[in-house]
Design a binder for this molecule. Structure first.
Ligand code: GLA
Length: 534
């Protein structure tokens, strides 16, 4: 029998000590934890059709830090620039746009119209600007008569026209609040909104926001992609750690209801907000990653500390969140102050594990392999996702040392390579072309998608049903693929043309479908063109 070994690792992220305490084994076979092999609640999943949000959505929303008043076009544009320049976009964050903060009114004829005082370029132009930066456009509304502040119109009795307007503004993500809904049936209302989104013809991520009211985890996967499980995580600008912990522990209990395309949403992130320390930011981020929660940043991206940027852009932590199996991890042991979170199998045959210390004193936690579903005799590698160090092979288990408010966030695997699943970054989601000639022209525009994960992806498969004037071919250059859009203007009449292109792909290691890629192609034909189309 091998003697117990001891490895000391100097570290941030609360992890100081690794220790083996068992005999050596040959391999690291995982036992299926009881709750993973148990039947999951049956439910329909909307994302099976539209392929959206098969991993948790990532992005930024203004509410947590700004609340309503400061929101306007300038702020959103500055945030969009900061998303790109800070490296958040390159780490996979993509959905961005206004939350509540009077961005539109309802006109007398019933149609929504941009509040041009706050958004002088209009909400469609804002969407186009966001798409041209390779980001996705998020908008906000409410299922009742008015939004929560009552300053903006809700969708009640206008569901179909409003979702059509959101599609015209080219929204890719719509958060729908549940304020001012007295007397409304929650399932019927969100189902109508789902039907209205389908009727509008633009695939959108539907984010339900009833704060857990109506138990959306039981039914909302059929009509949306994510649902809030808890009340607001903070009042604007006032992050509160104790309140945050309540949200995390409430959401943890709903693990069985989450999966690809249907996520529990314990609200936007507070990492990097005033009043939250660096270890708390790191712990929060790790918990949201392990729970496969949407990673919607809520801090001011224009003024982030280096530590906040490092936390929010930690690709190894993000890889756990974006894992294609889409399992929400949960608590498998706690003494009330220190908790062990596991049951988060990963695409490469390993698993993610987290030890969180919410107490006031430093703590050691001995993780015995069987506690996390690993055969006691197995030997495994352990990767610290905050120090980016790997140790092993270890047998029997590992001991971690965790400072107050901090976490040890680990990947444990039979293999030492810890590859990353796909994380996609686009150079643009909008191709805009203009023809000026009355004789047929060929025009082209490219969209390049780069995978920040470890593997090269198979070629993206472009969906059928493109208009006759558009053809798309795909070429590959290592981790980047380019979708080449060729437009033939032959036979087209003067006017504006639009196509929404869908492409699909498969994650090569797990064989799981990846979130569908959607982008827009706009063509302006400035005079009638002779010839046959195509
Ligand atoms: C609710 C939501 C918040 C935010 C506000 C806006 O409280 O839960 O996330 O959108 O409305 O009023």
């Amino acid at each position: 029998m091998k003697k117990m070994g001891l490895v000391i690792v100097a570290a941030m992220g609360g992890l100081l000590l690794f220790k083996t305490f068992g005999p050596s084994g040959e391999v690291c076979p995982f036992l299926a934890p009881a709750s993973l092999s148990a039947p999951q609640p049956a439910r329909a999943v909307r994302a099976l059709e539209d392929g959206l949000a098969l991993t948790p959505p990532m992005g930024w929303y203004p509410w947590n830090i700004f609340g309503e008043e400061p929101q306007n076009e300038k702020l959103i544009e500055e945030i969009v620039d900061a998303l790109v320049s800070s490296g958040l976009k390159a780490a996979g964050y993509s959905y961005v746009g206004p939350d509540e903060g009077i961005c539109f009114y309802r006109r007398d004829d019933g149609r929504l119209t941009t509040n041009l005082e706050r958004y002088p370029s209009g909400l469609r132009s804002l969407g186009d600007a966001i798409h041209k930066k390779g980001l996705k456009y998020a908008l906000y509304t409410d299922a009742g008569t008015h939004t929560c502040s009552t300053a903006m119109p809700g969708t009640k009795d206008h569901e179909f026209e409003d979702m059509r307007q959101f599609a015209e503004w080219r929204a890719d993500y719509i958060k729908i609040d549940w304020c001012n809904t007295e007397g409304q049936d929650i399932v019927k209302t969100y189902t109508t909104l789902h039907d209205a989104q389908l009727a509008a013809g633009r695939p959108v991520v539907h984010s339900l926001c009833s704060w857990g009211e109506g138990y959306p985890w039981r039914w909302a996967g059929a009509v949306g992609h994510l649902w809030r499980t808890t009340a607001d995580i903070c009042a604007p600008g006032q992050a509160d750690w104790t309140r945050v912990l309540g949200m995390a522990f409430a959401n943890e209990k709903l693990a069985a209801f989450a999966g690809p395309g249907h996520w529990n949403d314990p609200d936007m992130m507070i990492s990097g907000m005033p009043g939250i320390s660096d270890p708390q930011s790191r712990s929060f981020f790790s918990l949201w990653c392990l729970m496969a929660a949407p990673l919607i940043a809520g801090n001011d991206l224009r003024s982030m500390s280096r530590a906040t940027v490092e936390t929010l852009t930690n690709l190894e932590a993000i890889a756990v969140n974006q894992d294609p199996l889409g399992v929400q991890g949960k608590i498998v042991w706690t003494d009330g102050m220190v908790s062990l979170w596991a049951e988060k199998p990963l695409f490469d045959g390993g698993q993610a594990v987290l030890v969180f210390n919410q107490g006031r004193h430093e703590a050691n936690k001995q993780i015995a392999w069987p506690e996390i579903g690993i055969d006691a005799a197995a030997s495994c590698y352990v990767r610290n996702l905050w120090t980016h160090e790997t140790i092993g092979p270890l047998t029997g288990g590992v001991t971690v040392h965790v400072a107050p408010d901090d976490v040890a966030f680990l990947r444990i695997s039979p293999k030492p390579d810890f590859s990353l699943p796909p994380v996609l970054v686009a150079d643009s989601y909008l191709v805009s072309l203009r023809s000026t000639d009355s004789s047929p022209q060929k025009l082209s525009g490219a969209i390049t998608i780069t995978n920040k994960g470890s593997a090269e992806l198979p070629l993206w498969k472009v969906g059928e049903g493109l208009p006759a004037w558009l053809s798309v071919s795909v070429s590959k250059n290592g981790k980047s693929q380019t979708l080449n859009n060729t437009i033939s203007t032959a036979g087209l009449k003067k006017g504006l043309y639009h196509a929404a292109v869908r492409a699909d792909n498969t994650e090569p290691v797990s064989g799981r479908p990846m979130s569908a890629l959607y982008y827009d192609v706009d063509l302006e034909v400035s005079q009638d063109v002779s010839g046959q189309s195509k």
